[in-house]
Ligand binder design. Structure first.
Ligand code: SAH
Length: 397
């Protein structure tokens, strides 16, 4: 059947009526490729990476998922009020601050979605008001759930404007009885007018205050404010590729820059002599140091530092590094980092990137300054979205 509809730009178009896999996909900004067949998504990502970095060296076929549904282990739900002042939760409508109610999502861990719906239903009984962005009034702003794949542990973070949860003991008791899979509940206080989800202050309401997961045979503690890859199945593949590309002899001294909770460095620690990890976020640094100890990785040291500053110090001190791993945020590596990296001159650089545009920019600098890209491997960490992860090996000329 043909019908007229307005697309996102407001233009009228005629198209075959076809039901989307998700009833809110045209309003929510999460999964722009939900109705594109998986093989086509992969072709588009491959072409995107090829176009941006193919000029620097060979790009392998993208590493796909066998079953791409429900891969997201971290779910953040925004809490807000409807017209009748009742609570709703879901995701912001693309490009706005209007909350689209979402009960379940094809990308998200199903345990996480169910817990969030329970919290929503519990609110009236405890007289808990959702936050109202217009007036800054109300209590609950977000619920974030992190569900570990290997250990099945689940962390719930309640982001609130005030440190006192109404009838807190009863609330936590009811929530954890309804969901025995929850292993810890943390309250994060965010009373600022900001688009950042998490604030600086935290209180543990139940359990140890963190969860653990297992990746590539190592165990990792993850705190609510530390970064942890959202797709742990693909992360294992990504790390294995990164370590294989590095090709250790056992004698290397390596740097894991932008290390998060120390995953890459700790997994690599069995295969080399010494590992130094560098990370800016103090919670992640604490997790990384704990993780090194928990895994008996006595050859791993963790530094709390801006990666660029740390790299500059290493280069100025004339330190020697054999392999540098870097896994920066979307903005890529800083100029200071790249300049110092080429000064330090490790024989191999393994660049893990979640944004091919900044990867291309940084490859341009590195290939102009003594390095050659030997190989790149795209990994599909974010099915149904346009995101793509890429790992690249560069060697010194
Ligand atoms: N390699 C880790 C983390 C990658 S995410 C993993 O795979 O899990 C990028 C990390 O860089 C985050 O932990 C973030 O806190 C950190 N980061 C962001 N800016 C930084 C900077 N300027 N210096 C050091 N670390 C930084």
């Amino acid at each position: 059947m043909k019908r007229q509809f307005r697309d996102n730009t407001g233009k009228k178009e005629t198209k075959e009526k076809k039901r989307s896999r998700c009833p809110v996909s045209n309003r929510c900004g999460g999964c722009t490729m939900i109705d594109v067949p998986y093989d086509e998504q992969l072709l588009a990502k491959q072409a995107h990476v090829q176009e941006l970095i193919g000029g620097y060296g060979p790009v392998d076929p993208i590493i796909k998922m066998k079953n791409p549904d429900h891969y997201r282990g971290k779910v953040t739900s925004v809490f807000a009020r409807d017209r009748r002042q009742g609570a709703v939760c879901g995701i912001y409508r693309r490009g706005t601050h209007e909350v689209i109610p979402v009960k379940k999502c094809l990308l998200e861990d199903t345990r996480a979605d169910r817990i969030i719906q329970t919290v929503l239903r519990m609110l009236p009984n405890y007289r808990i008001k959702a936050y109202d962005e217009e007036t800054g009034s109300g209590f609950l702003r977000y619920v974030q759930v992190r569900a570990a794949r290997a250990t099945r542990q689940v962390m719930v973070t309640l982001v609130t404007t005030d440190p006192v949860l109404p009838r807190g003991t009863a609330f936590i008791k009811e929530l954890t009885e309804r969901h025995p899979e929850i292993t810890t509940v943390v309250m994060n206080i965010n009373d600022k007018d900001t688009t950042m989800v998490l604030g600086q202050r935290e209180k543990v309401l139940y359990g140890p205050g963190y969860i653990e997961d297992v990746l590539c045979g190592k165990r990792f503690r993850i705190s609510s404010r530390s970064f942890y890859q959202v797709n742990s199945l693909q992360t294992e593949k990504l790390y294995n590729i990164a370590l294989d590309l590095a090709g250790f002899s056992g004698k290397e001294r390596i740097l894991d820059a932008y290390c998060g909770i120390g995953t890459i460095g700790i997994i690599a620690s069995d295969r080399c002599r010494e590992v130094i990890c560098a990370e800016l976020n103090p919670e992640a640094v604490r997790d990384a140091a704990h993780n090194a100890q928990m895994n008996g990785a006595s050859n791993v040291q963790v530094a709390e530092s801006d990666a660029g500053e740390f790299m500059e110090e290493l280069a100025e001190d004339g330190e020697k590094m054999d392999i540098v791993f870097l896994d920066p945020p979307r903005s890529g590596a800083s100029q200071q980092f790249l300049q110092s990296l080429t000064k330090l001159g490790p024989s191999k650089v393994v660049y893990v990137s979640c944004e091919p545009v900044t990867l291309a920019r940084d490859l341009e600098y590195l290939t102009q300054n003594g390095y050659q890209m030997k190989k790149a491997v795209p990994v599909d960490m974010f099915p149904y979205t346009e995101g793509v992860e890429t790992v690249c090996l560069l060697t010194h000329n």
